[in-house]
Design a protein around this ligand. Structure first.
Ligand code: NAP
Length: 156
């Protein structure tokens, strides 16, 4: 199964200059809780700009760069076949961004874990494709700086 996990602001802003626009400790804790022991998939830009190493997760990095190697991760050169191959797996794969990876993966994801950041931030990167009509909410928790929601895709 494919799920995506993201934090976005009221304009679906997610990033600035390769990093997160904010530092929200509770959101980072939730990211850790949700992804520990799981498969996580992210673009090369997101991976290379991580503030610290992500341990105890199997990391897949999407890259077009044939010279790109990193012994700690599995490189995905072709994202769509990877998504098609894993969309019905029992095992969960968390799509962790950034924008280009969210956009391509969105149609394949059956679950979503979203921190709806309350304040607007200066951003240069947007999630862009999230539509509430595609989902129903299964969990909602209010934090100071964001509302955390878990969602499941509606069957049409
Ligand atoms: N708020 C959040 O929850 C959150 C989460 C994650 C990331 N972010 C933010 O998002 C921003 C980064 O997003 P981004 O879109 O610039 O970068 P990205 O999605 O992290 O990575 C883009 C990289 O992936 C490669 N790529 C994309 N699609 C591919 C495909 N189908 N096959 C092979 N390679 C592919 C691109 O290669 P090409 O350039 O050759 O296309 C590029 O090297 C950062 O600011 C980051 O902090 C925010």
């Amino acid at each position: 199964m494919l799920s995506f996990i993201v934090a976005f602001d009221p304009n679906q802003g997610i990033g600035i200059r390769g990093s997160l626009p904010w530092h929200i400790r509770d959101d980072l804790k939730l990211f850790k809780q949700n992804t520990l022991g799981k498969n996580i998939v992210m673009g090369q830009t997101t991976y290379e700009n991580l503030p610290r190493k992500l341990t105890d997760r199997k990391i897949f990095v999407v890259s077009n760069d044939e010279n790109y190697h990193d012994d700690e991760v599995t490189i995905i050169r072709d994202l769509i076949p990877f998504l098609q191959q894993h969309q019905d797996d029992e095992e969960e794969y968390f799509i962790c961004g950034g924008a280009s990876i969210y956009r391509q993966s969105y149609p394949y994801c059956r679950k979503a874990f979203i921190s709806f950041v309350k304040k607007e931030y200066e951003v240069d990167t947007h999630f862009g494709v999230f539509d509430f009509d595609d989902w129903y909410i299964t969990r909602e928790d209010d934090y100071d700086e964001f509302v955390y929601r878990e969602l499941v895709r509606r069957q049409r």
